[in-house]
Design a protein around this ligand. Structure first.
Ligand code: UD2
Ligand code: MN
Length: 333
């Protein structure tokens, strides 16, 4: 009888001992200790929220957000700007941007630069390079600290196709001669456009391109690729992933160096044969990006066109081409 009581007592003791052990080793470490509750932090000092729940990512189900080669397609609602900015702030990066304003296109520069100041990588080191044949017409736009502008004077060119295409050669030279030792990323942008919303760290990647607003919902057979096999921008029927814009692309310096080198060489090779691709350098960019897949694709939020009615999937327009009268503004038709 005594033995029975001792055994039962020992059993009960062991049970509570194990329960205690379980509490201190499993339950206690899992408890989230709130520093605000503990009086160690003021509620106002809480970090801004990151992801809504550990492991849960924000997302969109109404648009394509991943390419077949697993590059993100950036739409509003697919990223957290606070998380992204904090990652790149810590790296102290510099972003270069090029914009060409030749002939009558100089009139677009003021709005482009003013809106760029408000929306393009605010809070980061930005160096804008303006290429123009009228340096004295470049408007003075007040820039925040860490941001600067350099004017590059280029000769007047009388064919818009040549102006548009010459950008490849000049961007290549800029990367080789001036940028390689201090800029991290570069974006090349059309001047006949304005910023309306954030264009920031979510757009950074090795090789970045923008879906053309006119072709992101059409079958690839309708893409205006260069279709003549004799051109180095040639795309065979069935080739191609997306149709990308010539008016905005970018990425790491070394990646944009490769793109501009290949595209300018191919453009030159075509010229020697007397051919100009259907959409000049845009056609060569599209060929390049078919062979060398972009690591990040930006949605048409990143280059819309003001004349187009807004589509329901566009929750924000970040950058958009202004309406212009081609016949009046271009040096030739
Ligand atoms: C939104 C978009 O993807 N636009 C592309 C599209 O037409 P776009 O109609 O947008 O071409 P565009 O007339 O804007 O020319 C492209 C750019 O070249 C510069 N420029 C042009 C003419 C001129 O007289 N002065 C001048 O400075 C300027 O920076 C302009 O933004 O197809 C072009 C093909 O050649 C380019 O690929 C453009 O980037
Ligand atoms: Mn344009």
């Amino acid at each position: 009888m005594n033995l029975f009581i001792i055994k039962t007592g020992a059993g009960i003791l062991l049970f509570f001992l194990l329960l205690g052990l379980l509490y201190s080793s499993v339950w206690q470490p899992c408890r989230v200790i709130d520093p605000v509750e503990q009086g160690q932090m003021l509620p106002a000092d809480r970090q801004p929220p990151g992801l809504p729940m550990p492991g849960a990512a924000p997302g969109r189900s109404d648009v394509q957000t991943l390419t077949p080669w697993l590059a993100p397609v950036v739409w509003e609602g697919t990223f957290d700007p606070v998380v992204l900015d904090s990652i790149y702030q810590a790296k102290n990066i510099t972003i270069a941007a090029t914009v060409f304003a030749q002939g009558k296109y100089i009139r677009f520069l003021k709005k482009f630069l003013e809106t760029m100041e408000q929306h393009f990588f605010t809070g980061f080191n930005v160096h804008v390079f303006v290429y123009t044949d009228q340096p004295i017409e470049v408007p003075q736009v007040k820039m925040a600290s860490g941001r600067q502008l350099t004017v590059k004077t280029v000769p007047t060119v009388n064919r818009w196709q040549d102006i548009s295409a010459s950008r490849m050669v000049l961007v290549l030279a800029l990367i080789e001669d001036e940028l390689h030792d201090y800029a991290d990323f570069i974006f090349c942008l059309d001047v006949d456009s304005q910023f309306h919303g954030r264009w920031g760290t979510e757009s950074l990647g090795d090789l970045v391109s923008v879906l053309h607003p006119g072709y992101y919902k059409v079958d690839r057979s309708a893409f205006p690729y260069e279709r003549r096999p004799i051109s180095k921008a040639y795309m065979a029927p069935g080739d191609g992933d997306f149709y990308y814009c010539g008016g905005a692309f970018g990425g790491l310096l070394q990646e944009v160096h490769r793109l501009t080198k290949t595209c300018s060489t191919n453009f030159g090779d075509d010229a020697k044969k007397g051919i100009e691709a259907a959409w000049q350098e845009e056609s060569h960019i599209n060929r390049y990006l078919w062979i060398n897949k972009p690591s990040k694709v930006l949605s048409p939020e990143y280059l819309w066109q003001d004349f187009k009615p807004r589509e329901p999937e566009l929750h924000i327009i970040r950058f958009s081409g202004v309406v212009k009268n081609y016949a009046e503004i271009r040096p030739n038709v």
